[in-house]
Design a protein around this ligand. Structure first.
Ligand code: NAI
Length: 388
């Protein structure tokens, strides 16, 4: 039913434009919008709320075509013959998603003759070369806040499943075995533990809020910005200015900052040496913030007791990616899943609606929300990405 490239020709969209568009409105001009989304397969055919898929197209095809715009949707994103490379050349708007990132590199952006706007359907625009986008005066926006609760819940779940040694316990049951001591020898309570977050923005803060009922010992955070005193008090958070000091005091470290030049490879072999022996690390921010080999090695040696998350340095992750199968010395400690924490059905409804709002603002010449704006007027605007 769905071709690999889900698109209608410009010609076929014109009659729709005539029947629905209001000709007086300045935003009825035709433009080319390209969306790179993940393929949803049978699941997306059966579940229309999987809006972020190639099949369900963020639910905006009819609306865009009714305005006379051309809308091209594909999952083909790698290499010179990909639909991304082919269509970026004359697209005015490119929509991408962190879940199946269309990497908008310098080389690719330099081929874009007409590009004015990149929209991230979700949160996290590190797959866009923000420096090149600003140099080329291409605005970059994302749907800030759209999935932050979804991710915060996943972080809390991941902390619990590592600390309580859940995954091997379930695998044991599936195998037909029953050996309580094998699991209990490395299972603990979350109560009384110290949790440190790298980044205390929308997600990091929500994680701390959600940890409050567990009676954790202390919450630490490392961030450019200090939280207001009231906000700190509410989640019993204490800022630690030196990252090494923070990880040295934490039983569990969770990564909740964006990926940019200042955070790429931040959790590397050197920093891992400063972690408490046997600490847990949860990263749902971006794979490349943690060094791939250093993390695998730290888990193997027992320096880390567990690593969990849903983000990978390349997505989709290659079959032989060490994070798929890495284990601690007791054969456990891996809570890795595909990138889905921020793409629950609830989140998809929010980021699809937010993408449409950004497009509407663009088409009507209305100001965008400052919190959604990553690059604007040739400058990196977002403080979280190092903007001033
Ligand atoms: P946010 O902008 O509200 O918070 C980010 C925080 O990180 C800010 O407080 C900022 O000051 C801090 N920060 C930036 N650079 C830092 C550095 N070098 N050291 C310490 N702190 C630093 O962003 P939000 O909404 O909390 O999202 C954070 C990240 O989570 C996103 O950029 C994205 O990469 C990731 N994410 C992952 C999702 C998933 O599905 N796994 C979904 C949504 C976001």
């Amino acid at each position: 039913m769905f071709s690999r490239l889900a698109t209608r020709s410009v010609a076929s969209s014109r009659p729709l434009a005539r029947s629905f568009a209001a000709p007086q409105q300045s935003w009825s001009r035709g433009m080319k919008v390209l969306a790179i989304l993940y393929r949803g397969g049978d699941a997306a055919k059966q579940e229309p709320r999987l809006l972020g898929t190639v099949e369900n197209q963020l639910g905006i095809r009819e609306w865009l075509e009714s305005q006379g715009h051309e809308y091209i949707v594909s999952d083909s994103k790698e290499g010179p013959n990909s639909d991304l490379a082919k269509h970026i050349v004359d697209a005015e708007v490119v929509i991408t998603t962190p879940f199946h990132p269309g990497y908008l590199t310098r080389d690719l952006l330099n081929t874009a003759k007409n590009l004015k706007l990149c929209v991230t359907a979700g949160v996290g625009s590190d797959h866009v070369d923000l420096k090149t986008a600003s140099q080329k005066n291409i605005d970059v926006l994302e749907v800030t806040g759209s999935n932050v609760t979804s991710v915060a819940e996943h972080v809390v779940m991941s902390i619990l499943l590592l600390v309580r040694n859940f995954v091997p316990a379930h695998e044991m049951i599936e195998r037909g075995d029953w050996q309580v001591s094998e699991i209990a020898r490395n299972a603990f309570d979350l109560e009384g533990k110290t949790v440190g977050t790298i980044g205390a923005g929308r997600i990091g803060y929500r994680v701390l809020e959600r940890l409050m009922p567990f009676d954790t010992k202390e919450h630490l955070y490392y961030d450019f910005a200090t939280l207001p005193a009231e906000a700190e008090k509410k989640v019993r958070a204490r800022r630690v200015e030196d990252l090494k000091e923070m990880v040295a005091q934490s039983d569990i470290v969770t990564v909740n900052c964006p990926l940019h030049e200042g955070t790429r490879g931040l959790v590397n072999a050197e920093l891992l040496k400063h972690f408490k022996k046997g600490a847990y690390l949860v990263n749902t921010a971006r794979g490349a913030i943690c060094d791939r080999e250093a993390v695998a090695q730290a888990l193997k040696s027992g320096q880390l007791s567990g690593y969990a998350g849903d983000v990978w340095n390349v997505q989709p992750a290659p079959k032989d990616h060490p994070w798929r199968t890495m284990k601690n010395p007791l054969g456990a400690g891996n809570g890795m899943v595909p990138h889905y924490s921020g793409t629950t059905l609830d989140a998809q409804a929010r980021y699809a609606a937010g993408t449409r709002t950004i497009l509407e603002n663009y088409l009507k010449g209305k100001a965008q929300k400052p919190e959604d704006t990553i690059v604007k007027d040739g400058k990196i605007f977002s403080k979280a990405y190092g903007g001033k």
